[in-house]
Design a protein around this ligand. Structure first.
Ligand code: CO
Ligand code: CO
Length: 321
């Protein structure tokens, strides 16, 4: 996640740079020929859960997700790690095993990597994938009338914060971990098959922040129905007790002015939409004539998908109750 650096490395100077730093998206895209473009991305972060294997798997699923969010298929990856010198090797081995088994599940080869020493552990991947240059999914590809689909529930940040404060029920943590470990592979494949051109994955900037990126890049507004938005089991319970990660309030401060909530939506419910996600789902703008096909394919392939709103003329975000 980067803000643009103006003027350098523009697509005018590099015509094959289809998506670069001047047009921030989930990954960079470089055209090789008429049928193939490379998708490249990297992501790494500090532990979000206690179990080192799960942490590795989540970090890998999250890094791979930025290729899926572009409609791409990842095939090659490198490990990036920063580990404390006194971390037991059984722990670091579990982190790498979690990442490797997730890559294997994705059909991705981990071909190398680099590790440095640091006080706080960090792990993630560099990921390389392919996409057809004309079937790219980008933040600028949504159109008025598109149906908004989300492929994982929200609330991972709130549940992880409850865990850190020793307030979380183990079942709630297990549920959030299962979602965070889940690949966005099938969701991306169905999206490409249905001709989806607008979308992103929901990560640190929350549903609202990433939705705003789509709204701005696609020059339209997004309307959501609160009651249709899915949350993990624990999220609403912890939100009612005002357990939120600091990032929720940062997101609210940054994006809040562009959001219009129906007055009956209470404050904890609002803040949940600013919940930073780790390895969240895809937010897809599905052409309305394709939505039945999309949902049929999702059901047939055991891919969760929730219709939560639509793209409308205008700007900003409206949340109906
Ligand atoms: Co990213
Ligand atoms: Co992303």
């Amino acid at each position: 996640m980067l803000r643009p650096i103006q003027g350098l490395f523009s697509s005018e100077d590099y015509p094959d740079l289809l998506v670069g730093i001047g047009q921030p998206d989930d990954a960079s895209v470089w055209r090789l020929d008429d049928e193939r473009a490379l998708v490249i991305t990297t992501d790494f972060f500090t532990p979000v859960v206690d179990n080192p294997y799960d942490y590795g798997a989540i970090a890998a699923a999250n890094a791979l997700s930025d290729v899926y969010a572009m409609g791409g298929a990842p095939f090659l990856a490198l490990n990036i790690a920063a580990l404390p010198p006194d971390l037991p090797t059984e722990i670091s081995a579990e982190i790498f095993r979690g990442g490797a088994e997730k890559a294997l599940e994705a059909g991705v080869v981990i071909a190398g990597g680099h590790t440095v020493q640091d006080k706080e552990p960090k792990y993630g991947l560099v990921v390389l994938g392919f996409v057809h240059p004309e079937r790219l999914i980008s933040k600028s590809g949504a159109r008025v009338g598109d149906i908004l689909v989300l492929t994982k529930p929200l609330g991972f940040g709130t549940v992880a914060t409850a865990l850190k404060s020793n307030l979380a029920d183990p079942e709630d943590v297990d549920e959030a971990v299962r979602w965070m470990k889940r690949l966005n592979k099938t969701a991306a494949q169905i999206a490409v098959a249905c001709g989806v051109r607008g979308g992103t994955d929901v990560t640190g900037f929350s549903l609202i922040g990433h939705a705003m990126e789509i709204a701005e890049a696609s020059e339209l507004g997004l309307r959501f129905d609160y009651k249709k938005i899915p949350f993990t089991s624990g999220a609403k319970k912890y939100a009612a007790d005002w357990v939120f990660p600091g990032g929720s309030f940062d997101n609210q401060a940054y994006y809040g002015k562009q959001v219009r909530f129906k007055p009956e939506i209470d404050e904890p419910s609002r803040i949940l939409l600013y919940d930073p996600q780790t390895s969240g789902g895809l937010l897809l703008a599905v052409p309305s004539e394709k939505i039945d096909d999309f949902l049929d394919q999702a059901a047939a392939q055991d891919q969760p998908a929730w219709v939560i709103g639509e793209a409308v003329a205008g700007q900003g975000i409206e949340i109906r109750s």
